[in-house]
Write a protein that binds this ligand. Sequence first.
Ligand code: ADP
Ligand code: MG
Length: 393
Amino acid sequence: MKLDVDALRYLSKDDFRVLTAVEMGMRNHEIVPAELVDRIAGLKHGGTYKVLKNLLKHKLVHHDSSKYDGFRLTYLGYDFLAIKTLVNRGVFAAVGRQIGVGKESDIFEVATEDGTVLAMKLHRLGRISFRAVKSKRDYLMHRTNYNWLYLSRLAALKEYAFMKALGEHGFPVPDAVDCNRHCVVMSLVQGYPLVQVKQLQHPEEVFETIIGLVVRLAEHGLIHCDFNEFNIMIDDDERVTMIDFPQMVSVSHRNAQMYFDRDVECIYKFFSRRFNLSDQEDSEEGDRSESDTEENGRPSFSSIAKSARFLDKELAASGFTRKDQDEIEKFIEGTGQKDTLSSDDEVLAEEEGTSNEVNDAVATNLNSLHLADQHELSESCGDKAAAGALLHS
Ligand code: ADP
Ligand code: MG
């Protein structure tokens, strides 16, 4: 699969109409029969079939006849729909080079009409973890909801909602700009992931800032759950920005204490390894007097969580609900920290055949691609008639 966004230039209104019809069909079909696509798209004279061929050629849909004959969206198809929508909304006008490959995301630079560069994160939840979870067939058997489309969209919405809420509460996070489908657009963070930083002028201060963030998050009822050197960005002035929120949980989560301690431990370990900060746990007993907000020299979860306030209202304002949180937690549970790839995971990523080819194609192709003058795609995933056709199918 190639993410050659250049193809966006050549896709017609009908192409997007049919692509959107496949997406709509996937709300209740794993594989969407061509007749249903045709009915939703409502093109004249069987035009849908010709268009499907074109979409297939560009690898925006996949033809599947394993169970019955039909089509499903590919990641690329989904990417195109999201990008197209965001371009039509005027959120950005061009897609640039790839700046990050997460285990479950691809991150690109995008540019607005006035040349401001932003970051676009395409969520690929399911690229790895879903395969891992898939092996637990029983668990998933009756959960048709658990497909990558749904999960990636949920992850993006969650990330957007958290980024916005945290930003409003003064946390150092990227500005949340917009979100569509599995795609989040945010400000570009200057600097580098901490993992790439070999030296710091003031390691103690940076350390205190970072631990302070974990504590402050907990005071706001939240645990990052993936708080480590991959998800902390640091700029030349040693200012810290935290990123990557799809796995956050509430301090009321039954494993909250464990997640909190794990986040704290990650930071302690990293700083003692990389910057030789002495680990206070190893220091002599009685060296320092502990306050009631500390245990073994570490921030104490129980005393912080007791007085936590929650951001539920702010999150709901972005459309992310408690129910969404429960759904995504069920999925993320047990998949571990996603930024620390195991060798098994890498094998899976290769099998999926998405990341590398996609990234190469985009990195070489998109430096100055302008998408603004594309044909219009209705933002609302097709018109009312199409929605009606789906409901009555
Ligand atoms: P994942 O969930 O896949 O780990 P992340 O959100 O952690 O994805 O992003 C992966 C990498 O992309 C980061 O380590 C960072 O290098 C880069 N990145 C992500 N968001 C931004 C941003 N807003 N600005 C600059 N770089 C970013
Ligand atoms: Mg990350």
